[in-house]
Design a protein around this ligand. Sequence first.
Ligand SMILES: NC(=O)c1ccc[n+]([C@@H]2O[C@H](COP(=O)([O-])OP(=O)(O)OC[C@H]3O[C@@H](n4cnc5c(N)ncnc54)[C@H](O)[C@@H]3O)[C@@H](O)[C@H]2O)c1
Length: 314
Amino acid sequence: MEKILVTGGCGQIGSELVSALRGKFGNENVILTDINVPNYEVQEIGPWEILDVTSYESIKAIIKKFEPTRIFHMAAILSATGEKIPQTAFKINLLGTFNVLEIAREFGVRQVIVPSTIAAFGPETPKINTPNETVMRPNTMYGITKVSIELLGEYYAKNYKIDFRSLRYPGIISSDVKPGGGTTDYANALYFDAAAKKKSIVFVNPQTTLPFMFMPDALDSIIQLSEAPQENLVHRSFNVAAFSCTALEIAESVKKYVPNFQFDFVPDHRDKIAASWPQSIDDSVARKEWNWRHKYDLDGMTRGMLKNLNVISG
Ligand SMILES: NC(=O)c1ccc[n+]([C@@H]2O[C@H](COP(=O)([O-])OP(=O)(O)OC[C@H]3O[C@@H](n4cnc5c(N)ncnc54)[C@H](O)[C@@H]3O)[C@@H](O)[C@H]2O)c1
């Protein structure tokens, strides 16, 4: 029987991942942990614990209590917040992951899944159809910690036989929990602002182009990767993609369904971070090794978001 521990389980992806994993493995077999307390309804559904991943002893106590077979390590500080508090981002992202891997080694946790990101690439990386293997010289603390995490995980896999797997997410768009300080937050905000009948001020250039993915695809990809037969995997860190678009294309996609939606572009320092990232991603390695297929394009995502936010019906 699998027992799964999720760190960062109150976050944008972690919260929906916990629900998806509980649907698959049973509420009792998925332990939600986070430095924050989950809301009351979530507390009622299944086991949860307060956990700060920078504390080795706290992780150890929870691993001893629940004896998980797999960890989905989602706790992190994202790109934009990471540039405000780089020292904290280093501790939570890199030392937090080191703690998780060390405890997995000590207590024989079979598998550790840690999302990476397109922010692991940098200004010298080819920006169009960025390959799985290429130059990785990011210039944000977030990106630096994520490249290091990929390498650290691969080291633990090679030397300690921990089944480490990682996927480089693009910007993830979802409606349940607002995003936590990333550079792609403007895209989520366009939908939330449309739902709140508010003018959206977009903090990047209209032509800023990035890869994106709708949450159902983000959940499918991480669960599929975790379940892929080991013998099919040559790599441990994978590009994953769905579609790429400009900020203006997202705004126009919303406006197609909400004709009176107003938006404006006021680029700030986050546009520079976006400019250092790939515009499109080649994920053929993931498609070949674990059969990754996305389901949502921009229009499908817009309809899904606006339905979830009760802006359109159907
Ligand atoms: N959301 C995206 O667009 C995106 C894109 C690429 C990669 N990722 C990666 O996916 C993972 C999850 O991202 P997310 O969007 O859910 O982030 P988020 O900011 O929404 O959630 C992170 C969670 O970690 C928790 N946390 C922070 N410090 C902690 C600590 N010291 N100990 C324990 N928990 C702590 C926070 O309370 C929060 O609930 C991260 O590794 C992130 O780098 C996200």
